[in-house]
Write a protein that binds this ligand. Structure first.
Ligand code: TYM
Length: 336
């Protein structure tokens, strides 16, 4: 069976950007790729590359698991798990670090951005983060990796590493392809629409969280930055605020940008913002209800246990195959 793999960091609460760039896409891809099995995970090992409060991290991990499921993923073709519970991810990270070049990692724009934001020391794991990510993908021979726009460069590195290892050690890995949504791959901040809506953002006014109540959603959208032109038109260069709201509406409704623009061409900004806020509230209502059911139930742990076991089987095997090709350890026959 072919595999699709993706992960989300449990650093802070899930926001609309991550939902539209990733989870909503996972849900529709499960329908489109009905032959594929999905390995989706909570990337807690990635989260600790910057300082985390342990208690908050554990809670965020659980919340994210519940949100993944609340968004409507089909459980039959899904293994949902916590990354750190599958030890092969840590193992693979080390093996691959021996083949990734410093120069490649130095080019990663996300590392440069994140390192700049660190107030204290920058961890070496933040630097090698893309290698951990490559391992996450290659362990499962993923054919596709659905991600938002900001992960494109990490996917290119993963492809380069896979090809390099295959050339050197014989066919080892499937070279994965990114799947980036046409609409919603980069949702911007509401106050700063030239900057990505980000979990690590300090300005909450930039963000809509998936669990925000309707009055907050309405307030945030109504105070979103626009421009003085007065026409609802998609032009990210000159009208980043309005273009971002058009993108949010289009992604939620699975419409093209053109059709969305046509719908609001002669609408005032105030009415347009109201329509966007109403759409978000309507869309998130069932997700929030399912989340509250799941978060207190034992179903969640059952699903995560099953996911961990499914993932471990495949990942351990791959890590062992690689170790063998690398010449690690002794070549001993399994004892009877
Ligand atoms: P993370 O946790 O930053 O984001 C999770 C996913 O959400 C997408 N995303 C967005 N899409 C649109 N607009 C936004 N404002 C926005 N913010 C986030 C991201 O592109 C991503 O797809 N390194 C990854 C997690 C990861 C991973 C992996 C992903 C670890 N291992 C293996 C795929 C495969 C990350 O930090 O994503």
């Amino acid at each position: 069976m072919k595999h699709i793999v993706s992960g989300i960091k449990p650093s802070g609460d899930l926001n609309l950007g991550t939902y539209l760039g990733a989870i909503k896409n996972f849900v529709s891809l499960q329908e489109r790729f009905s032959e594929h099995h999905f390995f989706l995970f909570i990337a807690d090992l990635h989260a600790i590359t910057v300082a985390q409060d342990p208690q908050k991290l554990r809670q965020a991990t659980k919340n994210l698991a519940a949100l993944y499921l609340a968004c409507g993923l089909q459980e039959e073709r899904l293994s949902l798990f916590v990354q750190s519970e599958v030890a092969a991810h840590t193992q693979m990270n080390y093996y691959l670090q021996c083949f990734a070049y410093m120069g490649e990692l130095e080019r990663m724009t996300q590392f440069k951005d994140k390192a700049q934001k660190q107030e204290t020391g920058v961890s070496s794991a933040l630097f090698t983060y893309p290698v951990l990510m490559a391992g996450d993908i290659l362990l499962y021979d993923a054919e596709y990796v659905p991600v938002g726009d900001d992960q494109k460069q990490h996917l290119e590195l993963t492809r380069d590493l896979a090809t390099r290892m295959n050339n050197r050690f014989g066919e080892l890995f499937v070279v994965p392809k990114p799947l980036i949504p046409k609409v919603g791959a980069r949702i911007m901040g509401l106050q700063n629409p030239t900057k990505k809506m980000s979990k690590s953002d300090t300005n909450v006014k930039d963000i809509i969280y998936l669990l925000d109540p309707p009055n907050i959603i309405e307030k945030r959208i109504k105070s979103a930055v626009t421009d003085s032109e007065g026409t609802v038109r998609f032009d990210p260069q000159n009208k980043p605020g309005i273009s971002n709201l058009l993108t949010i509406y289009a992604a939620l409704e699975s419409l093209s940008i053109e059709d969305t623009q046509a719908r609001f061409e002669s609408t005032s900004y105030a009415d347009f913002k109201q329509a966007v806020a109403d759409k978000i509230i309507e869309h998130l209502k069932p997700i929030q209800a399912r989340y509250h059911e799941l978060i207190g139930s034992s179903t969640l742990d059952d699903i995560l246990n099953r996911g961990r076991d499914d993932a471990s089987k495949i990942a351990n095997k791959k890590a062992q195959t690689l170790a063998k090709r690398l010449g690690l350890g002794r070549n001993i026959k399994p004892s009877r």
